[in-house]
Design a protein around this ligand. Sequence first.
Ligand code: ASP
Length: 343
Amino acid sequence: MTSILLIYTGGTIGMMEDHQTGALVPFDFQHLEDQVPELKRFDVALSAEAFDEVLDSSDMKVDHWQRIARLIYGRYEEFDGFVILHGTDTMAYTASALSFMLPNIAKPVIITGSQLPIGMIRTDGKENLISSIQLAAMKVKGAPVVREVAIYFGSELYRGNRTYKYSTEDFEAFKSPNHAKLAAAGIHIFFDYNALYRPEGDFLLKEMMDDRVAVLKVVPGLRKEMVKAVLGISNLRGLILETYGSGNAMTDPWFLSLLKESIDSGLSVVNLTQCDRGFVEQGRYETSNALSKMGVIPGGDMTFEAAYTKLMHTLAYYQEQGEIAKKMVEPMAGEMTNYSSLV
Ligand code: ASP
């Protein structure tokens, strides 16, 4: 019988209203199990592991990602697939981080949650949970269909490190702007076999992350003292620079020279567009030429969530700036389209 490990970390799916404040608070796994009697009717062997302290995903930290990665790696041989129940707020960050921490995973890791708690009559949690288990259990000729970290939400399956949370309101809360959805679940589940990731190489646990990464969003009129404050953070190793359009930023000499000084002293700067779709193409406009020349790393079509966690991961495994840049422009776990020929 196919075996699935359910990992419950918290999130709206298992939340209940606090009697005093009316706010939603995470609740234990037993509550969730009681609300979904269907779990007992599955023709798969289900086991569950819950975080000691269940979380609103806004409280997720690097050590939580590491805990999940270790759990999956440690029990990899025991199960055919893994389903993680997680809050939607940082789901795309966790999915991205896990895709880098568990390179070449060849079994499904499906992350899901819900917009409405499982105890509410209109909950989207039941369908999300039940279909995620089914997706994690699906095999063709004995091999799992999904061999990557994916997010299932609102009847669609996505590559996790290609997604971001798009809506606080809709049941279709996630988008994957630069990669086709992996599957659509209606009466039947249709997979897009061209979109599915196929790992090559040994499955590893690479759980280290360096969190000395800052974020700077370019806005019209950005003030010098703000840029100085961010670049002046001691021990800073990485920066995500959120730019306009295809990777453009202002050309004020003070801005360019502050950035260049930081890069010359060892900072790895990744250029990421504020647009949802398309990719960074440094040198297409004069306004990104200088960035290219000083060694800013083009972030391609990565989501913010993927770029941020990939930079943390890369900084933990590599020290040399050139090597870090090389790793950042190469796809590591299907998180970016291969644009290396444009670099
Ligand atoms: N704040 C919640 C969380 O991320 C939202 C959700 O689960 O939808 O845990």
